[in-house]
Design a protein around this ligand. Structure first.
Ligand SMILES: Cc1cc2nc3c(=O)[nH]c(=O)nc-3n(C[C@H](O)[C@H](O)[C@H](O)COP(=O)(O)OP(=O)(O)OC[C@H]3O[C@@H](n4cnc5c(N)ncnc54)[C@H](O)[C@@H]3O)c2cc1C
Length: 397
């Protein structure tokens, strides 16, 4: 007797479904309320903020009021003491809408310096304000003459009694206009024989005499985030504003760069996913030669290749996030993720724009903004070349 075998359904693949056991129901609840908040407070304003080249402080304050900022900060300083998975969700949702990324930078990249190296007094003074959104933070490493070679920085801080006197200039500082608290990398010992040994980090409040914002810089993309120059002309900062120990600043930067770079990789991956999603919809709707663009083999191969790259990157990022959450030193692999995923996103921005034809070049299509925004990702937080230097060095070369 012949048996009828039911025809198996073709297995459709959901690119955006990920197996991430380290994200719990609580993380997903946080995501869902953050997503609703961003749909309401950010999405309708994107165009305006992009044109004004600025995201208003009130937006960050609202994020703080709703409990979305600095989720990791301990309850004694006003936070919720949550794990890194919440920082991941914060970065993902902000990257998904493509605005407000500075909230993630301040919460997950800069504030952790204060939590790790700050004195009790500094933590009590600033952390509750960072959580509530009363202030956001910025970090000043880069100077007009140095970027990749941080040990060569020239901004000095000379001790004068109970104060440091800062002189010098920083540039390309994200959130430079909006921030209330600046983490400024300075040379406290310009004569140190090993250049990186004389570096310290000082906490500088907005409004400190002798400290001013220079130009708000005009950028190719990421228009709604402000990027500015910072100028120090005999700026006086109390010695009590030294972060950690004098001369240890370079080590603190190296220690915290793992988290900064994993955050950038997480953001770049979401941007890549969003570009692919938008393009998938577009190529199904747009017709040429009497057929949808999606029916051409070239389009299908492009989409298949990009989906493959994204899937592989997802697995890598999830593994690194899990290991980072467990306190493992994965700085070599994080450097791999930072360069390869940001470069992948940059390549995809070109491929996805091409599949949009002329419409891709028009501002009303999301891909145009993504194309501009993604260009800087392989540059900030350490360039692709510097990431490869780190990897090669750690391979023993
Ligand atoms: C939008 C934006 C936001 C930023 N936000 C901040 C911020 O908030 N705070 C902050 O401190 N900085 C910030 N930066 C600065 C950023 O981190 C630097 O631009 C970056 O580190 C590169 O430094 P640079 O621009 O001086 O380039 P350079 O160091 O001059 O490098 C130029 C080129 O030379 C290559 N190169 C340099 N050294 C080597 C080497 N040893 N081997 C091979 N190639 C090399 C680089 O990879 C790059 O391709 C931001 C930059 C931008 C554009």
């Amino acid at each position: 007797m012949s048996q009828t075998i039911p025809a198996s359904k073709p297995a459709t693949f959901d690119l955006f479904k990920r197996n991430r056991p380290f994200l719990t129901q609580e993380h997903e609840m946080f995501r869902s309320s953050l997503r609703k908040f961003l749909e309401r407070e950010a999405v309708p304003n994107i165009e305006k903020w992009e044109e004004e080249q600025y995201t208003p402080r009130e937006f960050y304050q609202k994020m703080g009021e709703q409990g979305f900022l600095c989720p990791q900060v301990a309850p004694e300083y006003g936070g919720l003491g949550l794990d890194f998975g919440f920082n991941m969700v914060l970065a993902e949702e902000l990257s998904r809408v493509g605005v407000g990324g500075l909230a993630s930078m301040s919460s997950s990249i800069i504030v952790p310096y204060l939590e790790r190296y700050g004195t009790e007094e500094q933590k009590k003074k600033y952390l509750p304000k960072c959580v509530s959104g009363e202030i956001t933070t910025a970090i000043g490493m880069t100077e007009p003459g140095i970027g990749s070679d941080l040990a060569g920085m020239r901004t000095t801080a000379v001790r004068d009694g109970d104060h440091y006197i800062i002189n010098g200039q920083k540039t390309f500082i994200s959130n430079g206009i909006n921030a209330g608290l600046f983490f400024i990398c300075v040379k406290t010992d310009p004569t140190a024989t090993l250049a990186h040994k004389g570096i310290s980090i000082l906490l500088v409040e907005d409004g400190t005499p002798g400290f001013s914002c220079g130009r708000k810089l005009k950028k190719l993309g990421q228009h709604s985030t402000d990027t500015a120059e910072l100028v120090f002309e005999d700026a006086r900062v109390p010695v009590s504003n030294l972060l950690g120990e004098e001369g240890k600043g370079f080590y603190y930067l190296m220690d915290k760069l793992q988290q900064e770079r994993i955050m950038i990789a997480i953001g770049a991956l979401v941007v890549a996913e969003e570009m692919l999603k938008t393009t998938m919809t577009y190529v199904k709707e747009r017709h040429a030669f009497g057929k949808p663009i999606s029916s051409f083999q070239n389009t299908q191969f492009e989409m298949a290749e990009m989906a493959t790259e994204i899937s592989m990157a997802q697995t890598f990022v999830d593994d690194l996030t899990y290991r980072h959450m467990n306190g493992e030193n994965v700085s070599t692999q994080v450097s791999m993720a930072k360069w390869s995923i940001t470069e992948m996103a940059r390549r995809m921005s070109v491929r996805c724009l091409q599949l949009h034809g002329g419409y891709g070049f028009m501002e009303e299509y999301a891909i145009a903004r993504r194309y501009r925004d993604v260009a800087v990702m392989p540059i900030y937080g350490g360039t692709t070349e510097i990431m490869k230097n780190i990897i090669a060095k750690n391979l023993g070369m």
